[in-house]
Design a protein around this ligand. Structure first.
Ligand code: ME8
Length: 518
């Protein structure tokens, strides 16, 4: 394989346990990574934890442990969440790892060499919660008259010696980037926000701290640690081998896609490309800011008590149903709401009643009426080719085009239309009634359905990987024939029937979910 695709998620703060918002981002990025593997690309998928910064230091102090202990404990929970949710990362990076310190110091040095780092005094409004400085004009008034950040978090007036990055010098190069590469920031609404922000003028950025030491040391200035965002963003380089000119680095940089939440678009679409321009490194091709996941329309927060543990949801509904729901019901790029009831309704309708039932009915009929021998040589009719043409157009062209464009929910809808077409066909043809009346016709109908279901299972693999694999296993589809290239191979079915594979009585893939007692 020679067509590299490098995709990343944000790296999460491990100062608390992962919540479903983290799970959502990991699942979405995973579906995209899996889709590109299915399309034959050589994918590197990275995720991980962002372990430095004041917030980590403070949480650790509150708990009476060291920041390193806190980071290790929580990072392992993020990793366990990813593993449970079938997130197929190639590297799980932790920013406390030695190679990451080296990479961060290397990009810092490159920015120094460019003349973009200078020593100054920082005075300004700092939000510990957001790990960000804000301009006076950005602050809002709290209910008690106190100053708050635009995110509503407390800010403190902070004065310290600090290294600065000459961000102001990058206003014009950044605007030019957004103009020349309109897809650099997606979706469109996020791009517009960023352009307005940059057009408003950029102040230089304070990029080091002396008030605490939990971070990457500034080269040659050991009493300073880097502002956590400098080191956090650099993870995308570390993970593939920077600063060494490894094969992985030359193959995968620049990244194809950074998947992040809408709250951190500014860091990825303004600071990150500016740092890279300064360090004379190529820029990532795209930053996609997804929306926030709300619980029954409300923001999740510890005080409201509606922070949901992704593992509990996976236990309650199953991993694939949860993945399917999140990617189908939330339009990627927009906010979305979830509730137990919405998950149950969606999964029962689409997976149990439509796709699962279609597969179950078809495979049971072949197991029972054909003794598991894959049907062939029946009497075909025009309706068979019509259905297969429709399904093939969907799985070969329409779904891949939508997934490639990150229109995940629309891709799933397109897939589902093909599932509905198969259900209409099976109801119209009623193969269960043909065994006695017209066995030749029954064979053709079951063959048509078998081929359609195998294609549909391959096509939906990025969204529901283990259920799709289970179905394809049951159907005898060899592991090497489960990608987009195989979907275009007309000889597949005859090879399978010639192989002598016999189908066992199938087990249902998607048992109906019960609505929970709320
Ligand atoms: O921001 N719905 O870490 P983080 C959807 N360490 N996504 C959500 C969400 C929600 N309710 N809540 C958070 C950080 N996210 C930094 C990133 S990257 C170099 C450094 C998303 O743990 C959030 O938008 O606060 C972000 O993309 C990711 O989860 C990690 O958030």
């Amino acid at each position: 394989m020679s067509d590299p695709f490098y995709i990343t998620t944000a790296i999460s703060y491990p100062n608390g346990r992962p919540h479903i918002g983290h799970g959502y981002e990991a699942i979405a990025a995973d579906a995209i990574a899996r889709f590109h593997r299915l399309a034959g690309r050589d994918v590197f998928f990275m995720t991980g934890t962002d372990e430095h910064g004041l917030k980590m230091a403070q949480t650790a102090r509150d708990r009476g442990i060291t920041p390193a202990e806190l980071a290790s404990e929580m990072s392992s929970l993020f990793r366990a969440m990813d593993e449970r949710l079938e997130v197929s990362f190639d590297r799980f990076i932790r920013t406390t790892e030695p190679d990451h310190h080296r990479a961060s110091q290397a990009i810092w040095q490159a920015m120094v060499d460019r003349g973009d780092i200078y020593l100054g005094r920082y005075e300004g409004w700092y939000s510990v919660r957001d790990e960000a400085f804000y301009d006076e004009k950005e602050l809002v008034d709290g209910e008690g008259g106190e100053r708050l950040s635009p995110q509503g978090t407390p800010v403190e007036w902070t004065v310290e010696e600090s290294w600065f990055f000459r961000l102001s010098a990058y206003q014009e190069p950044l605007l030019q980037l957004y103009r020349e590469q309109p897809n650099f920031i997606r979706p469109e609404a996020r791009r517009n926000e960023v352009m307005r922000f940059v057009e408003g003028g950029l102040s230089d950025l304070s990029v080091s701290r002396t008030s605490f030491d939990w971070g990457v040391k500034v080269p040659g200035s050991e009493n300073h640690v880097m502002y956590v965002w400098v080191d956090a963003l650099t993870n995308y380089l570390t993970g593939i081998g920077y600063p060494d000119n490894t094969d992985t680095y030359t193959k995968f940089w620049p990244a194809d896609l950074h998947i992040i939440g809408k709250d951190i678009v500014r860091f990825h679409a303004v600071y990150w490309p500016a740092f890279l321009m300064s360090a004379a490194l190529p820029l990532p091709k795209q930053v996609f800011g997804h929306g926030f996941l709300l619980h029954r329309g409300e923001k999740m927060s510890k005080s409201v008590g509606n922070v949901v543990d992704p593992l509990e949801l996976a236990d309650a509904f199953g991993v694939d149903p949860l993945r399917y729901f999140l990617l189908r019901d939330v339009t990627f790029g927009q906010d979305g709401s979830y509730s137990a009831q919405a998950i149950v309704t969606r999964v029962n309708a689409d997976l149990s009643n439509s796709f699962g039932n279609l597969a179950q009915r078809t495979l049971s009929l072949i197991a029972k009426n054909c003794d598991g021998v894959l049907p062939s040589g029946g009497r075909g009719e025009a309706a068979d080719e019509e259905l297969l043409d429709f399904v093939r157009g969907t799985v070969r062209d329409e779904v891949p085009a939508l997934f490639r464009d990150l229109a995940l929910a629309q891709g799933i809808e397109s897939w589902l239309r093909a599932v509905f077409a198969c259900n209409q066909y099976i109801d119209a043809q009623a193969p269960w009634a043909l065994r006695k009346t017209d066995p030749e016709r029954m064979l053709a109908v079951l063959e048509t359905l078998y081929q359609a279901i195998a294609d549909l299972a391959v096509s939906i693999t990025p969204i529901i990987p283990s259920s799709a694999a289970k179905l394809l296993d049951q159907m005898g589809i060899p592991p090497g024939e489960r990608d987009l290239a195989a979907l275009a191979d007309p000889g597949r079915y005859s090879r399978l029937t010639a192989s002598g594979f016999t189908l066992q009585a199938p087990t249902p893939l998607f048992p109906r979910l019960e609505a929970p007692a709320e």
